[in-house]
Design a protein around this ligand. Structure first.
Ligand code: XMP
Length: 311
């Protein structure tokens, strides 16, 4: 980063104070490094006038709400948790097209945050959108869940005035700021997890049942594939079925693609050359512990031409 991180922190705290003044702001926190850094900057700027909110939308990983609550408690920020699972599943029901899915997620996300803003009598929404989110959405590659004004969608449509303190930074810089804010390593080295959560790891319709499968698979992959050189490691539930054998009978089962990439800024990525024994371990656990899985494939495509996520 060209600017010094400490100077960046001072400037952003001042910027948030200047915009929000004596009013209240709501910070949408997912627990990723971007939203944690935004919440910490906002807390420095606003103190008691900050409300931190986690939307439990049913698309998060196992124990995520609890872990994020504990992480924020360590920063002296009390996290509000809203159970909004029903509304999010309803909004996504029947949608299979990737972009439609992303837009449906984005719209219910901001609609819900608009309700939260009113319910807490807040005037501003602070969010952790970073430069890569804006660039990819503006290029028309994919609609990231947290980009509105930059693509001509007026946040006022959702009753929102939005502040984005990290909009000029890429992931590696955000991590430097997180470190300078003395956030724990667990937070600043946390692997990126997209806002639409497990909905991005399902090809085809997002249903409660399919989310359960991919949540289980995600926990297995995250347990077995760690390490700093891995930018992201996750499974994807494909929409087709494949023929397999159970006992001496033919069955049709689920296909899981395993995606493990290295990257600096998420704009380019390469598949990690994982040891074969590691791949076999992951394959065995997925076949054993995720109901209905009959095939596991390893994705070796770089970005570009592929993207990191599947939708
Ligand atoms: P792609 O799939 O575009 O992903 O190569 C680049 C990086 O962005 C993350 N990603 C998202 N993050 N909201 C987010 O907060 C989104 O809608 C979204 N879509 C992709 C992805 O996980 C990767 O780190």
């Amino acid at each position: 980063m060209a600017v010094n991180v400490h100077q960046f922190i001072r400037e952003k705290v001042e910027e948030i104070r200047t915009i929000v003044k004596e009013k209240k702001a709501l910070c949408a926190v997912s627990g990723g490094v971007d939203s944690m850094v935004s919440a910490c900057l906002a807390q420095r700027a606003l103190g008691e006038n900050l409300v931190a909110l986690f939307l439990d939308n049913g698309l998060m990983r196992a124990n995520e709400a609890q872990e994020v609550t504990e992480s924020l408690k360590k920063q002296n920020i009390e996290l509000q948790v809203w159970d909004v699972r029903k509304g999010f599943f309803e909004a996504l029901r029947g949608i299979v097209d990737p972009e439609e899915k992303r837009k449906a997620f984005r719209d219910i996300f901001y609609k819900t945050l608009g309700q939260a803003i009113r319910s807490y009598s807040a005037d501003f929404l602070i969010q952790g959108t970073i430069a890569a989110d804006i660039v990819e959405t503006q290029k028309g590659i994919k609609t990231q869940h947290n980009v509105l004004a930059q693509i001509g969608v007026n946040p006022a449509l959702f009753g929102l005035s939005i502040v984005e303190p990290l909009r000029t930074l890429y992931k590696d810089d955000v991590r430097k700021v997180a470190k300078a804010l003395e956030l724990p390593q667990k937070v600043y080295m946390r692997k990126p997890f997209p806002g639409p959560g497990l909905a991005t790891r399902i090809i085809g319709e997002v249903t409660e049942d399919r989310v359960e499968k991919i949540r289980l698979a995600t926990a297995i992959v995250e347990e077995l594939i760690t390490g700093e050189s891995v930018f992201q490691a996750f499974p994807v539930l494909l929409s087709d079925r494949a023929t397999g054998i159970l006992g001496d009978k033919r069955i049709l089962g689920e296909i899981i693609a395993l995606r493990v990439v290295e990257s600096k800024d998420a704009l380019k990525a390469n598949a990690c050359k994982l040891p074969w024994s590691k791949l076999e371990k992951v394959r065995d656990r997925l076949l054993k512990d995720v109901p209905g899985v009959i095939k596991v494939v390893y994705d070796i495509t770089p970005k570009p031409p592929s993207t990191i996520e599947y939708i």
